[in-house]
Design a protein around this ligand. Structure first.
Ligand SMILES: NC(=O)c1ccc[n+]([C@@H]2O[C@H](COP(=O)([O-])OP(=O)(O)OC[C@H]3O[C@@H](n4cnc5c(N)ncnc54)[C@H](OP(=O)(O)O)[C@@H]3O)[C@@H](O)[C@H]2O)c1
Length: 264
């Protein structure tokens, strides 16, 4: 059974975009939410926004730490020794032709997008299992199953998350702790807005740029528009809840139908 007192929910990379929306969803539900980013001031400001958006329902605690590295993960653990729900949301993306990506960049993408979540799960999940309840959610992407030609290194990390989460779910079998991945599709975040502007140009309105991007670069989208961060957050909130107790080792899509395979 989930803890009786408010659950502690850690959302990495939650000073913007999907992470911030996920933090709001859990805070609205009355959970105690840890907001995380690299910079003290940005993290504190995000915590204020999350608290306001949640209408004061749950406690919101900012913890600044660069969780891409061991030191930052340890700082987070020192500040918050126990969490009930870990959302490994932190992730970076950038377009670069595959044969021009140097070794260092492959390593950086692996460290930030994969190892950060592996390390935090290693730090928090065994204690969840001892308490008999927990949720670990990896935020992957439709790019895990539809490798984008313009960012193969990103796709590689997102596929790796599926394997990692499935393996951890197997390890935690029968413990009350579930491990899942959520696969968002193209979502309107500040970073994606900039990415689309770069690819489509800024001589048209953003609405038109969004339409062209989806039509030309994500033509399999059934939604026909970018997903909104709140739409991703509502699935993550469900996966982090008691209601999702029979869902583990799963990959769940919230991609507007972009990935055409019937099963991820
Ligand atoms: N947006 C999409 O279309 C889309 C689609 C599919 C999947 N996803 C996945 O969804 C997740 C979130 O994406 P997003 O687009 O919402 O990201 P975003 O808007 O770029 O936000 C990234 C967040 O991560 C934080 N951050 C960056 N490096 C960090 C580090 N080393 N340690 C701690 N925090 C760090 C940033 O905070 P500071 O700058 O304040 O540190 C910011 O809060 C990613 O895993 C991404 O792969 C996104």
């Amino acid at each position: 059974m989930p803890p009786q007192s408010p659950r502690t929910v850690l959302v990495t990379g939650s000073t913007a975009g999907i992470g911030e929306a996920i933090a709001v969803a859990f805070a609205r539900g009355g959970d105690r939410v840890i907001v995380n980013g690299r910079d003290e001031a940005r993290t504190a400001a995000a915590a204020v926004r999350v608290r306001e958006a949640a209408g004061g329902a749950g406690e919101v605690v900012p913890v600044a730490a660069d969780v891409a590295g061991e030191e930052g993960a340890q700082r987070l653990l020192d500040a918050e020794p126990a969490v009930d729900v870990l959302v490994n949301n932190l992730g970076i993306f950038a377009a670069q032709p595959v044969f021009e990506i140097p070794d260092e960049e492959w390593r950086r993408f692996f460290e930030v997008n994969v190892l950060s979540g592996v390390r935090l799960a290693r730090l928090y999940a065994p204690a969840m299992a001892e308490r008999g309840w927990g949720r670990v959610v990896f935020i992957s992407s439709e790019s895990s199953v539809l490798i984008p030609t313009e960012m193969v290194h990103y796709g590689m990390t997102k596929t790796a998350q599926l394997a990692v989460a499935r393996g951890m779910a197997q390890e935690l079998s029968g413990s009350g702790v579930t491990v899942n991945t959520v696969l968002p599709g193209p979502t309107l975040t500040p970073g994606v807005e900039e990415f689309i502007r770069d690819r489509v140009g800024d001589d048209v309105s953003f609405e038109e740029a969004e339409r062209r991007f989806i039509a030309e670069e994500r033509p399999t989208s059934l939604l026909g528009r970018l997903i909104r961060p709140e739409e991703v957050a509502s699935l993550v909130h469900y996966v982090g809840s008691e209601a999702s107790s029979a869902t583990t080792g799963a990959a769940l899509k919230v991609d507007g139908g972009v990935a055409p395979a019937l099963i991820p």
